[in-house]
Design a protein around this ligand. Structure first.
Ligand SMILES: [Zn+2]
Length: 186
């Protein structure tokens, strides 16, 4: 199992200031991807959580599906590849995390299963808005497709992202990830 995290804290505020001061994002910075992916640019999912958690995930899923680069397809409890969940845990491995994605496999370079956890109580304690939480969900779904952290200020894959939606570079990275053989990264 590999873990990708969004840390809460001071760096988040740095990002917010950069945005508020109108610093121009470096749009030429490509969003990186790792060596593994799903076999197809498509995955079946289930959402386990409150109606609010479901809302957050559904908005994030619609945003990624709208890019046309990947399809999140509803599955069933007995048949799915991706499990989307939430937890009120705040301690141990979840200390200062907003979200975390676990991927299983890879088998021959392909993911076999994945799980996303939104740390709901942490985000509430850090005054994340609904919009912030949606962007965390979009970020974790990015990991679940194979994306890695970007240094571009406008990327949803910024390590501490809570303000950015999906950029053109982010969706292009997904498009490239699924046209690049496993074992190779960007
Ligand atoms: Zn991350």
């Amino acid at each position: 199992m590999k873990r990708k995290r969004i840390r809460l804290g001071v760096l988040v505020l740095t990002t917010a200031l950069a945005v508020n001061l109108g610093v121009v994002a470096d749009a030429s910075t490509a969003t990186p991807f790792g060596t593994s992916r799903w076999r197809q640019p498509s995955v079946t999912y289930v959402i386990n959580g409150s109606s609010y958690d479901r809302y957050i995930y559904n908005v994030a899923i619609r945003a990624w599906n709208a890019t046309g680069t990947f399809r999140f397809v509803p599955g069933s409890n007995s048949h799915h590849q991706l499990n989307l969940t939430a937890s009120d845990a705040t301690t141990g491995p979840y200390h200062l995390l907003a979200g975390i994605t676990y991927t299983s496999g890879p088998r021959n370079g392909y993911y076999t299963q994945a799980k996303v956890l939104l740390l709901a109580k942490n985000m509430t304690d850090y005054h994340y808005s609904t919009s912030n939480e949606i962007h965390v969900a979009e970020h974790e779904l990015g990991h679940a497709m194979g994306l890695q952290h970007s240094t571009a200020r406008n990327s949803v894959m910024l390590a501490n992202n809570r303000y950015n939606g999906i950029s053109g570079s982010d969706s292009y990275a997904v498009w490239r990830r699924y046209r690049t053989p496993v074992g190779r990264h960007s």
